[in-house]
Design a protein around this ligand. Structure first.
Ligand SMILES: C[S@@+](CC[C@H](N)C(=O)[O-])C[C@H]1O[C@@H](n2cnc3c(N)ncnc32)[C@H](O)[C@@H]1O
Length: 242
């Protein structure tokens, strides 16, 4: 039987190509086919841009695939547009693997954290249970944001939680009361609602927001009231640490 290719989901770090691991670079270099995720139709792939800062892409078969930016509640079935996009990606990957071609899907940060690559993996696995997959971890925006803000996330017996900012204020309040440290991702549209909550809980001076961590135009905001009413970049992460 001919050898099937391996599908690699590769974490490429938060933005600075120097924050890609040696292993991520080696795997991308050896894979002839790359499936690069893009948030917008016909848009650029941030993950691909990061990779191209560290790994030569000449001669690679690169497909930029649009994954719609929609909420995917884990306990529910995705809507048909999302499912179609996963199916299309999984079919392309499978065609390559069947021909013995190794495929890499570079993904921002770490693949274990809010990453579309896992949906492609799940879709592939359902149709082809014998698929070979390897996950290459990467530096998440979580650690990179803490580094940019020069703060630990947790020390000693402190508890840390990572949540998407889509939670409403009641739940966030309870969580903030329970955990010493909270990392809020996908906060870019939520700061107008979060800042008053933090103020009310007397936590404003315990919070820091980092936009575009390690991406060249990085901004570290300690004065959170100054970001209210401003358009923030999608790549923004908030840390609150009591
Ligand atoms: C879909 S999640 C992907 C997380 C990624 N897998 C990781 O490990 O960092 C996207 C969210 O990650 C955060 N993020 C990703 N890159 C970032 C960066 N360079 N600076 C700040 N936040 C970033 C933002 O909160 C953004 O809304």
């Amino acid at each position: 039987m001919s050898r099937k290719g391996t599908f690699y989901i590769v974490g490429v770090g938060p933005g600075d190509p120097e924050l890609m691991t040696l292993k991520a670079a080696r795997i991308l270099e050896k894979c002839p086919a790359w499936l690069a995720p893009a948030a917008r139709n016909n848009g650029d792939s941030t993950a691909l841009t990061i990779v191209q800062g560290a790994v030569p892409s000449e001669g690679k078969n690169i497909v930029i695939h649009h994954f719609p930016m929609k909420k995917v509640p884990v306990a529910e079935n995705p809507d048909s547009e999302i499912q179609k996009s996963w199916d299309k990606a999984a079919n392309w990957v499978n065609d390559q693997l069947e021909q013995g071609v190794d495929v890499a899907l570079p993904t921002l940060g770490d693949p274990a954290i809010y990453c579309t690559g896992f949906y492609v993996y799940k879709t592939l696995l359902a149709a082809h249970p014998d698929i070979h997959v390897e996950i290459i971890p990467g530096i998440s925006a979580i650690g990179a944001t803490a580094a940019a803000a020069k703060t630990p996330l947790c020390l000693g017996d402190e508890k840390l939680i990572v949540i998407p900012a889509v939670y409403e204020n009641g739940k966030l309040r309870k969580t903030l009361e329970e955990f010493n440290s909270m990392v809020l991702m996908k906060v870019y549209k939520s700061m107008d609602r979060l800042v008053p909550l933090l103020k009310e809980m007397d936590l404003l001076d315990k919070a820091v927001l980092v936009e575009r961590t390690s991406m060249g135009e990085q901004q570290v905001h300690y004065d959170l009231e100054s970001v209210v009413g401003k358009k923030l970049h999608y790549f923004s992460t908030l840390i609150v640490r009591r």
